[in-house]
Write a protein that binds this ligand. Structure first.
Ligand SMILES: Nc1ncnc2c1ncn2[C@@H]1O[C@H](COP(=O)(O)OP(=O)(O)OP(=O)(O)O)[C@@H](O)[C@H]1O
Ligand SMILES: [Mg+2]
Length: 223
């Protein structure tokens, strides 16, 4: 069973200066099996974040098919894609995207607002406890270390018990020890789920049996 299946995906961006369309992604085929843990590598600017945004439905490709859990998400309206993501995908952002005016607990609770299944408030506390933040529930992001903020993101990604976790360079801004701990945590909480981790760090890549090199996969001409 495939969790994610991409076919003939093309994504272009308009060059802000010239207006010319630049092809960023051109992927003939990328199937990811349910339950697989995959590392996605590629140099800076190769389109890794863009690809995760297409898989999560935050961005629509110019053409091609993005099937997630047997749903062709490119055919869904934007609100339907947002809802699909809330129900099925946990996203750990490269730049965290935590809301500064809200505590760690509130950030996780907010993530629980948009899913169909309503979990009890205690789930958010349990998840923050699981990520090692039981004594930081009421701290705002600015009152947390970078590693702790990343743990809030992990808890938020798990808020609705998604089948798929997408993590964009989750250890990029952490020291080696914290990075190893955070990666271990992500692997652990993704047990039984499909996990795609974007990284270019060797020590992270080494831990994955399946490594996909976006530059090999991508046939984009001008990226
Ligand atoms: N909104 C946009 N408009 C125009 N070009 C964009 C836009 N977003 C991204 N790009 C371009 O698309 C390319 C891929 O960007 P992307 O963020 O996916 O790369 P990445 O592989 O995640 O890089 P990094 O490792 O630095 O995070 C880059 O060349 C970038 O300049
Ligand atoms: Mg990126």
């Amino acid at each position: 069973m495939t969790a994610i299946n991409i076919r003939d995906l093309i994504k272009t961006y308009a060059d802000p200066q010239s207006g010319t369309l630049v092809e960023i992604l051109n992927i003939a085929e990328l199937p990811i099996k349910k339950g697989d843990h995959i590392a996605l590598k590629g140099t800076s600017g190769s389109g890794k974040t863009t690809l995760l945004h297409c898989i999560s439905g935050m961005l629509l490709p110019d053409s091609g098919s993005v099937e997630v859990l047997s749903t062709e998400i490119t055919r869904l309206s934007e609100p339907a894609r947002d809802r699909f993501r809330a129900n099925h995908i946990g996203y750990i952002f490269q730049s965290f995207n935590l809301l500064e005016g809200f505590s760690a607990l509130e950030n996780v609770l907010l993530g629980m607002q948009f899913a169909d299944k309503k979990h009890p408030r205690s789930r958010a506390e349990d998840l923050l406890e699981r990520t090692g933040l039981s004594n930081r529930l009421h701290n705002r992001p600015g009152q947390l270390s970078v590693g702790q903020q990343q743990r809030v993101c992990i808890a938020r990604a798990l808020a609705n018990d998604p089948e798929i976790i997408l993590a964009d360079e989750p250890t990029g801004s952490l020291d080696p020890r914290t990075s190893a701990e955070v990666l271990r945590l992500i692997r652990e909480v993704s047990d039984g789920k499909t996990l795609v981790v974007v990284t270019h760090e060797e020590h992270v890549l080494n831990q994955f049996d399946i490594v996909i090199d976006l530059e090999h996969l991508n046939q984009a001409l001008t990226a």
